[in-house]
Design a protein around this ligand. Structure first.
Ligand SMILES: Cc1cc2nc3c(=O)[nH]c(=O)nc-3n(C[C@H](O)[C@H](O)[C@H](O)COP(=O)(O)OP(=O)(O)OC[C@H]3O[C@@H](n4cnc5c(N)ncnc54)[C@H](O)[C@@H]3O)c2cc1C
Ligand code: FES
Length: 271
């Protein structure tokens, strides 16, 4: 089930430097959104920016019919969004796209969730689903990375779930100094990632996704990546979100908005 309507902003609060969590009243998304899915947002009024923008669903507050996203202020759209006040409206289409897939039963494997920057919110929703499905917190490992401590999001939410969370910053201002793949290597060396039963899920900047996919391939771990592309329509019409994937001996293009955004890391052609 999907909505396409103006919805009321309930709250829009800063959560890190230049990043906000916006809570929106939309019972359809609150009830039906799955981890990894996204909404297309338009700010009300005028033609600038012309296209809607995709944002991953972070939290669902089903009992009050609200959901939230976390966004980084980058350009025109997110600048306008950061000025939205409670009571104002935004246009929502969603939930859209496919979702991260859990093995059956989810408690049978170790889950490794690797987040970079604003890639963390959809992985929080996934971790929450795992815990609700009965996966022990010790079997859900989150590696949450960013450039600096003040850019990290979702830390306290992962902690509340009781999962194992490793924080990593490039400048060492919080947690481990380095990048997410440094942590993956040490987890592997310590034997924390059982080859027979470990599933990797990742969301963040493309360079990080590629590095995580490479790590997973090297260690024979199945890996699902959430691809961040431009998404002018979000509905499978414009082909502006094409992702190059393997097909037989060659390649083909798939649309991240309807065939994704979640892809098997092994099928993506990164360069
Ligand atoms: C499926 C999906 C889910 C997403 N979820 C989130 C989310 O939860 N939170 C969030 O903050 N963003 C998310 N994004 C990215 C978000 O859609 C863009 O940040 C947004 O379109 C920026 O719009 P803007 O007008 O503010 O910036 P623009 O004016 O469009 O861009 C400003 C600058 O940022 C660069 N830029 C734009 N988008 C990206 C990007 N994805 N990666 C790196 N650089 C970029 C542009 O090249 C430009 O230099 C998601 C994208 C996809 C495809
Ligand atoms: S965004 Fe238009 S086809 Fe995917």
């Amino acid at each position: 089930m999907r909505c396409a309507e103006y919805c009321e902003v309930v709250a829009n609060r800063p959560v890190a430097t230049n990043q906000f969590e916006i809570e929106i009243h939309c019972p359809t998304v609150a009830l039906h959104a799955q981890p990894g899915q996204f909404v297309q947002l338009r700010v009300q009024g005028g033609y600038e920016p012309l296209f809607s923008r995709p944002f991953s669903i972070f939290r669902r507050f089903s009992e009050r019919g609200n959901f939230s996203i976390v966004y980084l202020v980058r350009g025109t759209f997110t600048q306008l969004l950061s000025h939205k006040h409670p009571g104002e409206k935004v246009f929502i289409v969603g939930p859209l796209g496919n979702r991260f897939v859990l093995p059956e039963p989810p408690s049978s494997v170790t889950h490794l969730l690797v987040a970079g920057g604003v890639g963390a919110p959809p992985l929080y929703l996934l971790a929450e689903e795992m815990v609700q499905a009965g996966v022990p917190g010790k079997n859900v490992i989150v590696v949450n990375g960013s450039r600096r401590h003040d850019l990290l999001v979702c830390q306290e939410h992962f902690a509340e779930l009781g999962v194992r969370c490793f924080t990593v910053t490039e400048d060492g201002s919080l947690g481990i100094k380095g990048n997410v793949t440094d942590v993956l290597k040490s987890l592997h060396e310590r034997g924390d990632l059982p080859r027979a039963g470990c599933q990797v899920y990742t969301c963040g900047p493309t360079a990080m996704l590629e590095a995580v996919a490479k790590f997973a391939r090297k260690h024979h771990l199945p890996c699902q990546v959430s691809m961040e592309t431009l998404m002018p329509c979000g509905l499978g019409v414009c082909l502006g979100c094409a992702v190059k994937v393997r097909s037989g001996d060659g390649y083909e293009y798939r649309r991240a908005c309807v065939d994704g955004p979640i892809f098997d890391a092994g099928e993506v052609l990164w360069k």
